[in-house]
Design a protein around this ligand. Sequence first.
Ligand code: ADP
Ligand code: MG
Length: 253
Amino acid sequence: MNTTRLVQDLKKFKLSGMANNFEMRLSEALTHGMGVSEFMQLLMQDELTSREENRHRRLFEKARLPAMKSITEFDFSFQPSISKNRIIELSTCAWIDKHENVIFVGQPGTGKTHLALALAGKALRQDKTVLFTSASEMANRLLSGVADNTHDQKKKQYLTPDLLVIDELGYKTMSPAVAVDFFEIIRSRHERKSTMITSNKEVSAWSEILVDKTLTSALLDCLMQYAHLFHVKGESYRIEHRISLNQQPAPLV
Ligand code: ADP
Ligand code: MG
C-alpha cells in the first residue's frame, strides 16, 4: 500500500502529529491485528500530543527566559534569609491566579534571578503566558518604539502576559518617559496580571531609579498592595562558588 499521498494530505490538513506517526502506527496495527477504530484512536492521540508539545514549546520560546533554573537546585542552606516554604508555596502559582506580585530585593549574586527564573518556569509548566525581560532591555525597547513609531505596540507586549518578570531593576536610572511607561505598565497590570521584579535596591530607594517621587509612590501603591516581598541577604553565591559570569546558560526546555 502506497501511503505517501495519504501522509502528504495529512500534512496539508496540518495534521503533522498524525502524518509523522502514520507509518509507525500502521505497522503496529498490522503486527498486532489492530481494529480500525483503535488505530484511529492512537493516531488522534498522536495529533493531540504533538499539538500540546508544540503549544508548550511556543510558550517557552515567547517567554524568552535566558536560562532554565529550578527550585530543587537552589541551595536554601546557603541563603537562610529565603524561606524554602514560601518559595514552595509560590511554586504552586496560586499567586498568579490571584494576580499578586513577587519582589526579590538584594545584593548581586544572591540568587534573585535564579528564583525568578525557577518560578517563571513553574508558571510556564502550568500553561501561563510569561515574558522575561531586564529593566534596561525594557527601557531600550520602549525608547526604540518611540523612534520607529511602534511604541504602543511594544508597550502592549508588557501588558498581556500572565506573568511579567522584570529583572535587574535599579542598575540604571530611568529617563522620565521610561519611568512613566513603567508606571503605566504596572498600573495596567494591577489586579489583572502578575509582575515579578528583582532589584539590587530596597523598595524604599526606588525613587532613585524612577527619579520622580510622586510617580514612585503611585507605582508602589499598585505593586505592593498584593506583593510577596523577599529580602535576599547574605553573600554572593557567584563569588563563593566562583561561577563565571560568562557561564553558558542551560538549554531551554
Ligand atoms: P542575582 O540575580 O541575585 O545577582 P543570580 O540568581 O544570578 O544572582 O545568581 C548567580 C549565580 O549563582 C547563578 O548561577 C545562580 O544559579 C547561582 N546561585 C545563586 N544563589 C544560589 C543558591 N542559593 N543555590 C544555588 N545556586 C545559586
Ligand atoms: Mg540577577
